[in-house]
Design a binder for this molecule. Structure first.
Ligand SMILES: Cc1cc2nc3c(=O)[nH]c(=O)nc-3n(C[C@H](O)[C@H](O)[C@H](O)COP(=O)(O)OP(=O)(O)OC[C@H]3O[C@@H](n4cnc5c(N)ncnc54)[C@H](O)[C@@H]3O)c2cc1C
Length: 423
């Protein structure tokens, strides 16, 4: 039975531990965060400089919104921009499946992604929807409970019967007994997004520097004075750490212990199928999948069975395991060829929530990292929130949202409790 329940592994919300009260709170948080983001930006009298360390999607989105908020931005990436997980992911911009406390952020993220396309960023964003499928009664009960909680949190979700799903996904296995659908959830293409943000940044005067590794910091008691790299020293008013799975290593350079666990996650790609029959994101049976515009199906999954660390080789185990799970839900695709496979490193935090805000007692060091395998989607809202918070910081203003909602994600919460573990 335990094995059956685990097949809904993409439902990171633990329904049995959540309450309607938390869901209602999430709905209120959405409104408060939305108001915070639409508050006029507080511009300080002087143009502020910021150095962002890490050129994944989290650093790039933050750079994009900081630039828009009037900051003079430098972004440093030790390899190529998007070389890590940000260029090796499924491109899902999803709320369904997330923890209730993340729902307000995920809902806002979807709205912001939508607006990015209008702003000229080539995200190839499509509100395709996202469906989680149940194969047995246990999974069905879990999805029904999730439906009530998500609905109360303000995320519009719909229950699909077996027939509804068949109409929607004609090739799906007939043993699928129900689905939970979120219409707002979306997909985007990581490489066009990354490329487009970099062009925007360069056109607007940001310093976008690749193959530039931050090696150490020169500090005084409370502040970073400059960052030393293989390409020289970078000095600015503030420093934003967006190093994803390398967060622990980077923060150690400031003598800060900020734990993340790096873990591999793999994706397989099928040959092109002439007809595009899968439009929404699909999750269930321990995998997630999407069909690209070209017709390939990308399917992947991860979990405690994966290797911890930075190895991004594909493994025979994953190829067999993920393919078996894929064919179980789409048996008609059993003879399709696999074209290729790739893998990336996600970073896990013990409580599944990101680290966001000021780094402890350092006056000019900030962090946005620890997105537990869904940072691609979250990047838009977290970038915009960071730009807002930093504008307030330099204008000497504090919004109550920062001391209530956002402070829950501060690194100050890191006190390891007995029994805490990464899942
Ligand atoms: C297979 C797979 C599928 C996924 N699918 C999805 C999905 O569908 N939807 C979703 O929302 N998320 C998905 N994710 C997760 C998502 O990709 C990550 O959460 C997100 O990319 C994290 O972005 P980041 O910028 O924090 O980290 P990264 O992309 O890891 O970037 C961190 C960067 O920091 C750089 N860096 C580190 N140290 C230094 C230093 N000292 N100096 C300079 N640079 C440094 C690194 O080189 C790296 O480029 C998936 C991930 C994987 C691996």
């Amino acid at each position: 039975m335990e094995q059956e329940i685990n097949r809904l592994s993409l439902l990171s919300m633990q329904v049995e531990k959540e309450s309607i009260g938390t869901a209602i709170q999430a709905k209120e948080t959405f409104v408060q965060l939305g108001e915070f983001l639409t508050d006029p930006i507080m511009l300080s009298s002087k143009k502020r400089t910021i150095t962002i360390i890490g050129g994944g999607i989290i650093g790039l989105m933050a750079a994009y919104f900081l630039q828009k908020n009037g900051f003079d931005v430098t972004i440093l990436e030790r390899k190529s921009f998007g070389a890590a997980a940000s260029g090796r992911n499924g491109g899902g911009v999803l709320a369904l499946g997330r923890e209730l406390r993340e729902i307000p952020f995920a809902r806002l993220a979807i709205e912001i992604w939508d607006a990015l396309e209008l702003d000229g960023i080539d995200t190839k964003f499509v509100r395709s929807g996202n469906v989680m499928v149940a194969r047995n009664e246990t999974e069905k009960q879990k999805l029904l409970a999730a439906h009530d909680l998500y609905q109360a949190s303000g995320l519009t979700v719909k229950i699909l019967s077996a027939n509804d799903i068949k109409a929607f996904l004609p090739d799906i296995d007939s043993h699928i007994i129900m689905g939970l659908f979120s219409e707002a959830d979306a997909q985007s293409y990581p490489f066009s997004t990354i490329k487009s943000i970099i062009s925007y940044l360069r056109e607007n005067g940001a310093k976008v520097i690749d193959h530039c590794e931050v090696l150490e910091f020169k500090t005084n008691q409370q502040e970073i004075e400059y960052a030393s790299t293989n390409k020289g020293n970078y000095q600015s008013d503030a420093y934003l750490f967006c190093a994803g799975p390398w967060t622990t290593e980077l923060c150690n350079k400031l003598n800060e212990e900020i734990p993340v666990l790096p873990r591999r996650s793999q994706i397989l790609v099928t040959e092109i199928m002439k007809k595009r029959k899968i439009h929404p994101f699909v999750a269930g049976n321990s995998i997630y999948l999407r069909q690209t515009h070209a017709g390939n199906i990308l399917f992947g999954g991860g979990g405690p069975w994966e290797t911890n660390g930075y190895d991004v080789s594909n493994t025979n185990f994953a190829i067999e395991f993920l393919t078996k799970r894929f064919i179980e839900i789409f048996p008609g695709y059993r003879n399709k060829q696999l074209l290729r496979a790739f893998a990336g490193t996600v970073e896990l935090t013990r409580d599944h929530l990101p680290y966001f805000g000021k780094i402890n007692s350092w006056d000019n060091a900030f962090i946005s990292a620890g997105y537990n395998g869904h940072g691609y989607g979250m990047s838009a809202v977290m970038g915009k929130l960071m730009a807002k918070s930093l504008s307030n910081h330099f204008a000497g203003k504090v919004n109550p949202v920062e001391t209530t909602i956002l402070s829950d994600f501060s690194v100050a919460r890191i006190v390891q409790k007995a029994g805490d573990q990464y899942v």
